[in-house]
Design a protein. Structure first.
Length: 129
């Protein structure tokens, strides 16, 4: 639980990870070094994965969100005899499949991991597992 302590003017300045409010004037607290959290740094490969994921999400969700443009095209060209309700099922089904695939793929990814990372491919090519 993060509890904030008072600065010199009485404003809240920094979180304290203790169970009670502690005044900053307490010298034992002022002498404690800040707790540093150790996070792994994936480097260039991690940033490339993040950029690739953002690009994929941009393309798939952008295509799904712009279905109204496609619906208008379908209504005037290919599906003239259909009602707007009938044509809208195409986009609704598409949006459902985008999100439902995450509900299926997420637990699989959680259980087995990425499975096809560049380090694993590199190790498999060498014969190392």
């Amino acid at each position: 639980m993060d509890i904030k302590h008072k600065g010199s003017e009485g404003s809240l300045v920094a979180p304290v990870t203790h169970a009670e409010n502690i005044d900053i004037e307490d010298e034992s607290l002022a002498r404690e070094p800040p707790m540093l959290l150790d996070f792994p740094d994936g480097g260039k490969e991690a940033w490339l994965v993040a950029a690739g994921t953002a690009t994929i999400l941009f393309c798939t969700l952008g295509y799904t969100n712009s279905f109204g443009v496609f619906q208008a095209y379908y209504m005037f060209h290919q599906l003239q005899e259909e009602t707007p309700d009938a044509v809208s099922w195409i986009g609704s089904t598409q949006a459902f499949l985008v999100f439902a695939s995450g509900a299926v793929g997420g637990p699989i990814f959680d259980r087995y991991g990425a499975g096809v990372s560049s380090s694993r491919r590199h190790d498999n090519a060498k014969g190392n597992l």
